[in-house]
Design a protein around this ligand. Structure first.
Ligand code: ADP
Ligand code: ASP
Ligand code: MG
Length: 410
């Protein structure tokens, strides 16, 4: 008997028929003698619809109440699922985040899981019940409902698998697994059988939303193997696991893109110790995650500071930065939302020169201008105009031969 945690994403439970398909699948595993903890997302489009609804009430919805609202999407899914299972003669229970209980910090909209109490789940499983746990939600230490950030049901599933010491954590979605790039924009994308935690972390942090980044962080920290696979087929998907020797041979394993960031430039910042800290301090306090940061060296006693923030935090960041810019007497603050970040990722880049040069050349050949660059051991990211995103992804995928499988050439 195995303890299996399965997570089904929004598109997998998007209609009543699809939900029934999920129930069938879960029951198959159950009949084989497994214990099932099923994490569900809101039905496709529900979370967006709830956010839109809040926006119709007011421009800047209260974060606490927005979380209460957003959490209802997952609440509906688990209730419907449990009803369906029971109507077929099996025993099931829906559990919301606070009923489990999944304890988080206070950061509404992007809360982090601190601890999961497994007592209730374990007791329910002992009674032979199938459990449907609402993804994406928890409660803080004052008893408020929190949500974990978009795509957060993945994190619920992996964190539960870690806490329960589950035999496997399966993430069911609308594609066959993790591909070399988004198969929905690059038809030549190839499904990978395995990917390392580190590569998946990079891909996820760079925009490949097939797994939410914190779920991969949890998986790596607690060594939970994740099987990403399709809800609509029986084929094996992709195993996300610790790095192996074979993986080191792969130079570039994937291409990711992110259209959800915006760029802010503070022009002519007085070049003296402490200005960068002053500029970022209010954003840090507001929980805004700053991504790429570039600062030019200066000769006239000033410097330009450019960075990217999530589009959702763009207006707020502009406001906060403009206030500091005035105080420190910077010349002006510029913003641009029409950007995209395109990245290549691979553990094999560690010891290889020339990969960055090849990336720049490939983009130049298409006349795509690069406005920011950042690198780490195993990734290179370029900011470009967002209208070139799909083109950039396809030409990079082709140039690094990703459709053909692992290669060491560059
Ligand atoms: P779910 O609703 O199941 O959580 P998501 O929409 O969050 O599904 O994630 C699945 C989507 O991730 C796919 O439909 C695909 O468009 C996108 N995606 C982006 N990059 C990749 C990649 N490298 N491999 C697979 N899917 C990817
Ligand atoms: N329903 C949430 C979202 O749309 C969480 C999830 O689907 O993982 O972001
Ligand atoms: Mg998702």
């Amino acid at each position: 008997m195995a303890l299996v945690v399965q997570k089904y994403g929004g598109t997998s439970v998007g209609t009543v028929e699809k939900l029934r398909n999920v129930v069938e699948r879960v029951l198959e595993y159950y009949r084989e003698g497994n214990q099932l903890v099923v994490v569900l997302s809101a039905m496709a489009g529900q979370t967006d619809a709830l956010i839109k609804l809040a926006g119709q009430i007011c421009n800047d919805p209260d974060p606490r109440e927005l979380d209460v609202l957003m959490a209802t999407g997952e609440q509906a899914s688990v209730a419907l699922f449990a009803m369906a299972v029971k109507s077929m003669g099996y025993d099931a229970r829906s559990l919301l985040g606070f009923q489990v209980a999944i304890h988080t910090d206070h950061l509404y909209g992007k809360a982090r899981i601190h601890e999961i109490d497994t007592t209730r789940i374990t007791n329910e499983l002992k009674k032979g019940r199938i459990l449907a746990v609402a993804g994406f939600q928890g409660l803080d230490d004052e008893g408020n409902i929190t949500t974990l950030g978009r795509g957060g049901s993945d994190t619920t599933a992996v964190a539960l698998a870690a806490a329960l010491n589950a035999d496997v954590c399966e993430i069911y979605t609308d594609v066959q697994g993790v591909f070399t790039t988004d198969p929905n924009i690059c038809p030549k994308a190839r499904k990978m059988d395995y990917i390392s935690y580190d590569e998946m972390l990079e891909l996820a942090s760079l925009g490949a939303k097939v797994l939410e980044i914190r779920s991969v962080e949890f998986a790596k920290k607690y060594n939970v193997p994740i099987h990403v696979r399709s809800t609509f087929s029986r084929e094996r998907g992709t195993m996300v696991v610790a790095e192996t020797k074979d993986m080191e041979k792969v130079l570039v394993s994937g291409v990711a893109y992110n259209k959800n960031e915006a760029r802010i430039t503070v022009r002519k910042v007085p070049d003296r110790p402490g200005t960068a800290a002053l500029i970022f301090e209010p954003m840090f306090a507001a929980g805004i995650v700053v991504d790429m940061i570039v600062q030019n060296t200066s000769e006239d006693g000033t410097t330009d500071l450019t960075f990217t923030v999530p589009k959702a935090d763009f207006e707020k960041s502009l406001k906060l930065v403009s206030e500091v810019a005035r105080e420190i007497k910077a010349e002006k603050v510029l913003g641009d939302e029409n950007i995209a970040k395109v990245s290549i990722v691979g553990v094999g880049m560690r010891n290889h020169a020339g990969v960055a040069q090849k990336m720049f050349k490939v983009l130049a050949n298409e006349n795509i201008n690069i406005t920011m660059i950042s690198t780490s051991e195993i990734k290179i990211s370029c900011v470009i105009e967002d209208k070139y995103t799909e083109l950039a992804v396809r030409v990079l995928h082709e140039a690094f031969g990703l459709e053909n499988g692992p290669t060491e050439d560059c």
